[in-house]
Design a protein around this ligand. Structure first.
Ligand code: IPM
Ligand code: MN
Length: 336
């Protein structure tokens, strides 16, 4: 029934089960998408982890991919495939919304944060070495180019959604040169966006204030260097019920890959315990990106309706008793 083709990386561990839930729900919702399942099993070429050409071609052709969790191979020479994908397709902005799920109570109410993480460099540049035994260096690489494109993305994101505030989260009090450059770029770009109010905040203070009162971060687009975004997005996720609930989009100029932020959870793989919500909500972000807004709303409301309908229809991570497939069936029943 496909008007569109999307590359699907099912992922390791629980990836198969949560991808199946997505495929079943999309089929039932009559979403006009054909899945092109791609294999991204890494190969080592000259000591560098590479993605199979067929996967690169599929994603370049379709421009949009949905991705389940990939295990990071342990051992010398292997880098995370998650990171390799981000870098290969130059997915410079990682958009991570986090919104309270009505019907799933946590100590926090009305959380609605939006975090944009620089996605290609910083501490994630992977430049590390031993100087002499017992002394190592990890390079935190910050460039004007990557800072500018992600900060511009944040301003544009705010503009296009009628949001009036951009907040840069940083630690330039200590990282004077690297975070200092990031801040400098944000201030320069602010001149091009006079309708948007730029503020800045130290990362430790953001953590403190966000757990005290997440409402302070409503209607704000937060943007920050890579590692801060990694950490703060988990914190935000914890406020609403965990990584089983939070989606993300890795955005580039050409290609976008939407992915669940959680890991492959090998301990529960194959047991029907996995929560597909994060992957489903990532796919909802994907649908909106593709302009399939009605399909997005349909699936999103069915997911939230199912979660709210009680613990018998929720997975274990949400204090429920439902299996992955029971949860998916309930979502299907709620589709319009
Ligand atoms: C995330 C994950 C990844 C990261 C891991 C799996 C490499 O934690 O997407 O937040 O650190 O970016
Ligand atoms: Mn993370």
């Amino acid at each position: 029934n496909g008007k569109y083709t999307v590359s699907l990386i099912e992922g390791d561990g629980i990836g198969t089960e949560i991808s199946k839930a997505v495929k079943d729900i999309y089929h039932a919702a009559k979403v006009p998408i054909d899945w092109e399942v791609v294999d991204v099993t890494p190969t080592l070429v000259n000591g560098k982890t590479t993605i199979p050409d067929s996967a690169i071609e599929s994603i370049n052709r379709n421009k949009v991919a949905l991705k389940g969790p990939l295990a990071t191979p342990i051992g010398k020479g292997h880098v995370s495939m998650n990171l390799t994908l981000r870098r290969t397709f130059n997915l410079f902005a990682n958009v991570r919304p986090c919104k309270s799920v009505v019907g799933y109570k946590t100590p926090y109410e009305n959380v609605d944060t939006l975090l944009i993480r620089e996605n290609t460099e910083g501490e994630y540049s992977g430049i590390e070495h031993t100087v002499v035994p017992g002394v190592v260096q990890s390079i935190k690489l910050i460039t004007r180019e990557a800072s500018e494109r992600v900060i511009r993305y944040a301003y544009e994101y705010a503009l296009s959604r009628g949001m009036k505030k951009v907040l840069v989260v940083h630690k330039a009090s200590i990282m004077k040169v690297s975070d200092g450059l990031f801040l400098e770029v944000a201030r320069e770009l602010a001149k091009e966006y006079p309708s948007i109010d730029l503020s800045v905040e130290l990362i430790d203070n953001t953590c403190l204030r966000m757990v005290q009162d997440p409402a302070l971060y409503r209607d704000v687009v937060m943007v920050m260097p890579n590692l801060y975004g990694d950490i703060l997005s988990d914190l935000a996720s914890g406020l609403i019920g965990g990584l089983g609930l939070t989606p993300s989009g890795n955005m580039g100029d050409e290609v976008s890959i939407f992915e669940a932020v959680h890991g492959s959870a090998p301990d529960i793989a194959g047991k029907g315990l996995a929560n597909p919500t994060a992957l489903l909500l990532s796919s909802v972000m994907m649908l909106r990106h593709m302009g399939l807004n009605d399909n997005a709303t349909n699936i999103e409301q069915a997911v939230f309706g199912t979660i709210a309908s009680g613990p018998e229809n929720r997975t274990k991570d949400l204090k429920g008793t439902a299996t992955t497939s029971h949860f998916a069936e309930q979502i299907i029943k709620r589709l319009k």
